[in-house]
Write a protein that binds this ligand. Structure first.
Ligand SMILES: [Zn+2]
Length: 429
């Protein structure tokens, strides 16, 4: 009697010490309201607003007690980016200076200088041949290319010129590589003098990442969302694009899931990784950098969570999965929640190409069963990419239920009982 009472008491004591693992709607509300507040200024890359969001997320990961991912000594996965702006391009062919309207250079480097015709590869685009094909060839090959574009392509040439005139952002500079395009009917090049200067500035971006190491350390179940958005635009009325649904909702899910799985207390069978990506809205650089820092073969499944703040067309308590037929990830999710009030469907908007419109595509190209989970009726959503994408437009109960369903759907993948089939990169554009 005495002994069994002691056992009951010990169990109670243990239960009292351990935080219960729950997805709490008050906490969901707190996180999304913070991320989508005006204080974060729409979380545009290279602004103080996204820095604040990053610091907030790092603080959440710290409180939860996540581990750092391999190779880092904080939750911040920082990387450099180069902004390239064309400064000047002096182009001479056969001793004749090419007018600025008729020549430009596209180069991801600080400068390009060629003074010997043998150091440049020349492509000629006649009036009836394909300018685009020539440009693609020149960009794919090493070295500096000069494309002589027949004046019949005047309109298309102007488009290229205007596009490259705006500059570029890259993760790596490529010296000794450039495409110089000149609008001319000259096809015989005896001499060239090309001097191009670009203004290159280095800036940094950060993903926020953490993990719970599992028994099978190198089998990773990844939860992700992008925490960047569009920032401040225009100067009338509400100028702050808060991105509450896109994608403070997904980021909130990632934090909530991290807390939920950590609070379970026991070491998971597979490693669970949590990442808030930067720069999804500006070229997908965050997921690209992330995918290069680990072996993608180790990622068993990627749950990329995008816009779960509004109920789906298929009704409340449903969500859809992009690229449903590219692996059996979606089917496994459907099975995992069978008998519950929640259901998963295939993406109902195949013509919108949503599989390719978020960070999952970067990992899917590497073979990872990487899919986005969403609930937003994107075809009719009036707040999508508008300043009106605010917390007030969302259904936070629906959102909390969706996070709970994702947690339930992931259990068998985390325990190692389910393993989705790999995506065939040949089926990913
Ligand atoms: Zn998004």
């Amino acid at each position: 009697m005495k002994k069994s009472l002691f056992i009951v008491f010990s169990v109670l004591l243990l239960a009292g010490c351990q935080k219960p693992a729950v997805i709490d709607s008050a906490d969901v509300t707190r996180i999304i309201t913070t991320l989508a507040s005006d204080d974060m200024e729409g979380r545009m890359i290279f602004t103080p607003g996204i820095e604040k969001a990053s610091v907030f997320l790092q603080g959440e990961f710290e409180k939860i007690g996540l581990e750092y991912i391999d190779g880092l000594n904080s939750y911040e996965q920082k990387f450099g980016m180069y902004s390239i702006r064309p400064e000047s391009a002096e182009i001479k062919i056969n001793g004749q200076t090419i007018d600025a309207d008729n020549g430009f250079a596209a180069a991801n480097s600080r400068s390009v200088s060629v003074n010997n015709v043998n150091d440049i590869k020349i492509l000629r685009v006649a009036g009836n041949s394909n300018l685009r094909a020539a440009f693609q060839q020149a960009s794919a090959e090493e070295g500096t290319h000069l494309i002589l574009v027949n004046t019949a392509h005047k309109v298309m040439f102007a488009r290229y010129k205007s596009f490259f005139g705006r500059g570029n952002r890259v993760m790596k500079l490529e010296d000794n590589k450039a495409v110089v395009m000149v609008l001319t009917n000259e096809t015989n090049v005896r001499s060239v003098e090309i001097n191009v200067q670009n203004n290159v500035t280095e800036q940094s971006l950060s993903n926020v990442a953490g993990k719970i190491t599992g028994n099978r350390e190198n089998e990773i179940v990844l939860f992700s969302a992008h925490y960047d958005h569009l920032g401040i635009r225009g100067n009338e009325g509400d100028t702050i694009y808060n991105g509450a649904n896109d994608d403070a909702s997904g980021t909130t899910a990632v934090v909530s899931l991290a807390k939920y799985f950590k609070d379970m207390g026991k070491k998971p069978e597979r490693t669970i990784m949590f990442v808030a990506f930067t720069a999804e809205e500006s070229g997908g650089f965050g997921s690209r950098y992330f995918s290069q820092q680990l072996n993608p073969d180790n990622i068993v499944a990627m749950f990329n969570i995008e816009m779960i703040g509004k109920p789906a067309v298929s009704g409340p308590n449903t969500a859809w999965i992009t690229g449903f037929d590219k692996s059996n990830f979606g089917e496994l999710l459907q099975k995992a929640v069978e008998g519950t009030e929640y259901e998963f469907y295939a993406d109902p908007y195949p013509t919108q190409n949503l599989f390719y419109r978020s960070d999952n595509a970067t990992l899917a190209r590497l073979g990872v069963p990487a899919h986005s989970i969403s609930t937003t009726p994107i075809d009719v959503d009036e707040d999508y990419h508008q300043a009106s994408d605010e917390v007030g437009t969302l259904d936070l109960d629906h959102m909390t239920n969706t996070i709970k369903a994702i947690a339930a759907a992931a259990v068998r993948m985390i325990s190692g009982e389910d393993t989705p089939t790999r995506v065939d990169p040949a089926n990913v554009n």
